[in-house]
Design a protein around this ligand. Structure first.
Ligand SMILES: Nc1nc(=O)c2c([nH]1)NC[C@@H]1CN(c3ccc(C(=O)N[C@@H](CCC(=O)O)C(=O)O)cc3)C=[N+]21
Length: 293
């Protein structure tokens, strides 16, 4: 047993640092090109939690010296109407990044919408061509949450090369791209990667072999202390709103007594997601400014 509490990986602090660096890069880009990077965020429906994220995204843009705009469509918007808005944003040379907030109402097929976004404006990295580029090891836009997790590991000096990383969850937006990043050659990669999911046999035994655990299941306190090898690094991607407030996918108290390092919720991965979205918006502006010359 390990009796020293884990090091807390402070995602809020790391994201602040990255956002300050980004603001300098944005200023230099504006000076060189006269172009102001612009992120357009589209929200369908009036889910209050989504509205809060959407506002923090456009606020983040302004803090970094970029432009943020948001469009809210009614919950009964049709797929055709949303496609029309996406086409308009695709054609707008002032807009460099487009984010359509997920989940979408049931009458709209998410993959149809995501694949309609211009891949050079796809700051979420969810378009099939960006997914393919990441899988091929030549990433363009990498999904913000897994990219933020990788940056946290790098910033905290957690070695990934040769480490056994276990990703719990096989979603297209976190689990799969996270595994791609960790297995890739180079810094923040070179890990031996296992993906666990709801059909995995003896998941606890697999997770117990991990040097790095990335929990992206979407179930509150799913990862318990008995699943963690002493000294392992635990990255908690979960954002679960329960009666007692916001909790992650990790049973934080007990796990933090076993782990070597751990991300809290809130203040861990969440703020990094926003920072990566802003970084991807600058990348989008750069790609489009080059493309037009
Ligand atoms: N197209 C699309 N792209 C997304 O990136 C996307 C999305 N749809 N739909 C919803 C999820 C969720 N998401 C979060 C981002 C930041 C925090 C975040 O900053 N959380 C803070 C606290 C938040 C709070 O207190 O409510 C934290 O963890 O410290 C959380 C969740 C992005 N998402």
């Amino acid at each position: 047993m390990k009796d020293v509490a884990a090091r807390i990986i402070d995602g809020k602090a790391v994201s602040q640092k990255l956002r300050t660096e980004l603001a300098d890069e944005v200023a230099a880009f504006k000076q060189q090109t006269g172009v102001i990077p612009h992120l357009a965020v589209v929200l369908v429906g009036d889910d209050p939690a989504s509205a809060v994220y959407v506002r923090s995204k456009s606020k983040g843009c302004e803090q970094a010296g970029m432009a943020g705009s948001q469009m809210t469509l009614p919950a009964d918007t049709s797929q055709a109407q949303l496609l029309e808005l996406v086409a308009r944003l695709n054609a707008d040379p002032q807009v460099h990044g487009i984010l359509v907030q997920l989940p979408l109402p049931r009458q709209i097929d998410e993959t149809v919408i995501l694949d309609a976004i211009d891949p050079l404006k796809d700051v979420d990295g969810f378009h099939a061509s960006n997914v393919g580029l990441l899988a091929q090891g030549r990433p363009r836009f990498v999904p913000c949450t897994p990219l933020g997790c990788q940056k946290l590991l790098l910033d905290a000096g957690i070695p990934t090369s040769g480490a056994h990383a276990v990703v719990i969850g096989r979603s297209e937006i976190v689990g799969k791209p996270m595994a791609s990043l960790l297995v890739q050659k180079g810094a923040g990669g070179d890990a031996t990667v296992t993906i666990c999911h709801s059909r995995t046999k003896d998941l606890a035994a697999v997770v117990r072999t991990a040097d790095i655990v990335v929990a992206a299941i979407g179930r509150p306190k799913f990862v318990t202390a008995d699943m963690i090898k002493p000294g392992a690094t635990v990255i908690d991607v979960g954002i679960n709103r329960i009666e007692t407030g916001l909790v992650g996918d990790v049973d934080y108290g007990p796990v933090s007594e076993i782990a070597g390092a751990i991300t809290p919720v809130p203040g861990g991965v969440g703020p990094m997601t926003i920072a990566m979205l802003l970084a991807n918006t600058l990348l989008a502006a750069k790609l489009q400014t080059q493309a037009r010359r």
